[in-house]
Ligand binder design. Structure first.
Ligand code: RIB
Ligand code: CA
Length: 315
């Protein structure tokens, strides 16, 4: 059964691989892609999404621009990881496909309300600003969304922006609080999973061996993107975060986690953006999210590499 999905994203090299995986996979139907402000400002993420779609030979995909910054506070970006363009490591031509006129938040609301209840999945790969804003504007979508699958948070792995907070949650903790409290089924792909899917030399070499213009761009992204985390963690390769969200939709058996309560710290300066996951069930708080912790990393990379091969070789 093909799953209808909306991807909300802030490319970002890892976001790019997630989008490519989705566009290469018949298990999912991408209804639209909404740009979030995160890794780099909205003007760049909304351009980067279109570059990725054109690289995949999919100028037909509807791309929308979302909110310019978090629901509260100012935008914090991550050029220090992703480079000035947000997708350093590969030079792609300026996109020619259009940006849709409709605001991305309105697209999310309209699409969820227009489709049968329980049929649309929302995948967030960046700060949850657009989904949080949509839920605040039209709370009725919460009861109609099939599931929300989000890259974000961390527990046993801690944070990657502060000791407590992962980037996507740190940038917009208020939006994450709204999403986690909305009542829709939620799957979180935290750093506890993504730190187990490293872009090791062998895995990058397997992508390189595909030998296409697309795989060359992917290798360029991976080799640029991983350098920050390799230096930070002293590992062979860096965590590949966002494609885990799409891989979960295609092969959920690759992942294991636990339904538990997850709350978001929004007040403390020290721990703002922390995902407080009650993994051991020490509270009576409602179990509102499946917090993933384990992954078959080799299975993940086998899926990703096999699907990249399906994309056009000369787009
Ligand atoms: O912390 C990792 C997350 O922040 C990923 O989604 C990455 O693309 C950035 O958005
Ligand atoms: Ca991202």
């Amino acid at each position: 059964m093909t799953q209808k999905i909306i991807i909300d994203t802030d490319p970002g090299q890892d976001d790019a691989l997630a989008i490519l995986l989705a566009l290469a996979s018949p298990e999912v139907e991408v209804l639209g892609i909404v740009a979030a402000a995160g890794n780099v400002p909205l003007s760049l993420t909304s351009k980067n999404i279109r570059k990725i779609c054109e690289l995949a030979g999919r100028p037909d995909v509807r791309v929308f621009s979302g909110c310019k910054g978090p629901m509260e506070g100012s935008l914090f970006t991550a050029e220090y990881v992703h480079g000035a363009t947000g997708m350093d490591g590969a030079d792609l031509p300026e996109p020619t496909m259009p940006l849709q006129a409709q605001h991305g938040v309105e697209f999310i609301i309209e699409t969820v309300m227009a489709n049968a209840p329980g049929t649309v999945t929302i995948c967030t790969l960046g700060p949850m600003t657009n989904l949080g804003t949509a839920l605040a504007r039209e709370p009725a979508i919460a009861g109609r969304i099939k599931q929300i699958v989000s890259m974000g948070g961390g527990l046993f792995e801690g944070g990657n922006v502060t000791p407590a907070a992962e980037f996507n949650i740190y940038v917009d903790p208020r939006a994450a609080e709204i999403v986690l409290g909305c009542g829709a089924p939620i799957v979180l792909m935290p750093l506890d999973v993504t730190h187990k899917t490293l872009t090791t030399s062998a895995r990058v070499a397997a992508v390189k061996a595909l030998g296409t213009r697309l795989s060359d761009a992917v290798v360029g992204w991976l080799e640029f993107f991983e350098r920050f985390d390799e230096a930070k963690y002293g590992t062979d390769g860096g965590p590949l975060h966002d494609p885990n969200v799409i891989a979960y939709l295609i092969k959920p058996e690759l992942y294991a986690g636990r339904l538990c309560n997850v709350e978001i710290e929004t007040k403390s300066e020290l721990t703002k953006g922390m995902t407080v996951a009650d993994w051991w069930g020490v509270t009576q708080r409602p179990k509102n999210a499946t917090f993933m912790r384990d992954v078959d990393a080799d299975g993940f990379y086998a899926l990703l590499t096999e699907r990249l091969q399906r994309l056009p070789h000369e787009a």
